[in-house]
Design a protein. Structure first.
Length: 361
């Protein structure tokens, strides 16, 4: 039971001006808790701004540095807010969304195979990448996951669209779980659908694909593969000469034809040259990834050959927001902000609680 301690004033800044009211405050001496029943009944939380304005602050905080977001908010609404308030609101909203995502993720990780009526197999693309971000204790990798639909043919290739993202500040294993959860959120049936997995040559990427997607085609990013060829060519034959260009072109033609073993033989032969150490260094890379280099087959299937989409997402979602001059982060704060940003750039902002009431224009 709470004891009535009298009325206290409250105000909120809203899109229609400042709203003021009085409401009764109750206090329980047993549990030492106080509360405002009217605020709870109306769904009004802490802070000086209405839910719609808080949604606007969170949107701006996920899009811009906090101080700049505060200026934009003032230009849009005429209301003054500090960069610290934008940060607090953005991190609070992002923390709530992240908690919901974690709850969904745990539910989907324990999901049993579907027993409903069979449906046609669908094809999806997934990607994993990472970017370095400065934390308070130094630089750390932040991972991005990407899911997109593989659509019909258009102008000689398969269309890709409806790309969605997730961000993981933790380990690569946690990133793999987030990727799996994002795929299921998009409607993937991992026991039935075919997954096209794109990444660079990092073994941890392929380990996560294997852990979560049984029906998959793994594709090593074409541009990463050719960069390794160029590294061998420059090391053996020198920078920018005809011999290096001819050798690299020969290797690239074999690679495009889906003949990684021929590329390995070229590298082994080049390793016998006086400066062959550069070629010898690249041999393990191609041996390890040769089953992911059947590019002619992938091209005929209309699959994307490069991880450019996930690298672009890495720049848009992580680098553009978290790696500007002078920025350093705490892990949980960064996770909250980038979770919101991933939802925004996945065109899911309107699905967030309270976001649909945003009206700051």
């Amino acid at each position: 039971r709470g004891r009535n301690k009298g009325s206290q004033p409250r105000q909120l800044v809203t899109p229609v001006g400042r709203v003021r009211w009085k409401r009764r405050y109750y206090y329980c001496t047993g549990c030492q808790r106080g509360w405002f029943p009217l605020d709870e009944a109306w769904g009004i939380g802490p802070g000086q701004f209405s839910a719609g304005y808080q949604a606007g602050l969170a949107l701006l905080g996920a899009s811009l540095p906090f101080e700049q977001a505060a200026k934009v908010f003032r230009w849009l609404t005429g209301e003054t807010v500090s960069g610290r308030e934008v940060a607090r609101t953005t991190e609070a909203w992002g923390g709530e969304v992240e908690a919901q995502r974690q709850e969904e993720q745990q539910r989907w990780l324990t999901r049993e195979p579907t027993l409903d009526e069979p449906r046609p197999v669908q094809e999806w693309g997934v990607g994993l990448d990472a970017a370095k971000v400065r934390f308070r204790d130094g630089w750390h990798e932040v991972k991005i996951v990407e899911v997109f639909a593989l659509g019909p043919w258009w102008r000689g290739r398969r269309q890709t669209g409806d790309t969605s993202y997730g961000v993981e500040v933790g380990s690569m294993e946690q990133a793999g779980q987030r990727l799996y959860a994002e795929a299921l959120r998009r409607g993937v049936d991992p026991w039935r659908d075919q997954m096209v997995c794109l990444a660079d040559g990092a073994p941890s990427n392929w380990a996560q694909f294997a852990a979560h997607f049984e029906r998959r085609t793994e594709i090593l990013d074409w541009y990463h593969a050719t960069e390794h060829l160029w590294a061998a060519a420059r090391g053996v034959y020198g920078e920018g000469n005809t011999a290096a260009q001819d050798w690299e072109r020969q290797g690239e033609e074999a690679l495009w034809a889906g003949q990684p073993q021929s590329v390995i033989q070229l590298l082994q032969a080049a390793a016998e040259q006086p400066n062959g150490a550069a070629a010898a260094k690249e041999i393990p890379y191609f041996q390890t990834n040769q089953q992911r280099m059947h590019y002619q087959t992938y091209h005929e299937e209309g699959y994307p050959l490069g991880s450019g989409t996930v690298e672009s997402g890495c720049k848009r979602v992580i680098i553009a927001r978290a790696r500007q001059a002078g920025m350093s982060w705490l892990p949980h704060n960064l996770q909250a902000v980038l979770t919101l940003r991933a939802e925004l750039l996945s065109d899911r902002w309107d699905h967030l609680p309270g976001a649909r009431f945003l009206a700051i224009a």
